[in-house]
Write a protein that binds this ligand. Structure first.
Ligand code: HEC
Length: 113
């Protein structure tokens, strides 16, 4: 089993090296500053109190689009979902912020229950 893993890693490394050979064309370009502009992908969340916290705290690990992708959920399911992010996945969100977020999710993406 170990041999297979080592072989796989070697094969993957070889493939990467083959695709990106050290290019002499870029040697010596150390004093040139290159910049790129990343595309802005606007979050598609509904406006409402707490939206800013959701964007700051819930989009650390994945797109906030995971929220509107869910069916409308009752308050206790959103509560469980937020606490799953905190307990199971380690989201750095304190109880005070969690309450604001759960309230936002229940109001904007809830079932009214
Ligand atoms: C520490 C990383 C992290 C943070 C921060 C985080 N999540 Fe997640 N989230 C995950 C992971 C991991 C999954 C499941 C794996 C996947 O499908 O990407 C997930 C999945 C989800 C899903 C899909 C349904 C599910 O349970 O799999 C929803 C909805 C969701 N997160 C909402 C939130 C909300 C709301 C917040 C803010 C309170 C949040 N997440 C913050 C890591 C995080």
């Amino acid at each position: 089993m170990k041999k297979i893993i080592v072989f796989t890693i070697l094969a993957a490394t070889a493939t990467l090296l083959a695709q990106h050979p050290a290019s002499p064309a870029h040697a010596g370009e150390t004093d040139t500053v290159h910049s790129i502009t990343l595309p802005e992908i606007p979050p598609t969340l509904k406006d409402g109190p707490g939206k800013d916290k959701v964007i700051t705290l819930c989009a650390i690990c994945h797109t906030p689009d995971y929220i509107p992708m869910q069916p409308r959920l009752p308050a206790k399911t959103w509560d469980a979902e937020v606490h799953k992010m905190i307990k199971a996945f380690g989201a750095p969100i304190n109880e005070e912020d969690a309450k604001v977020i759960i309230n936002y999710l229940t109001t904007e993406y809830g079932t009214g229950k």
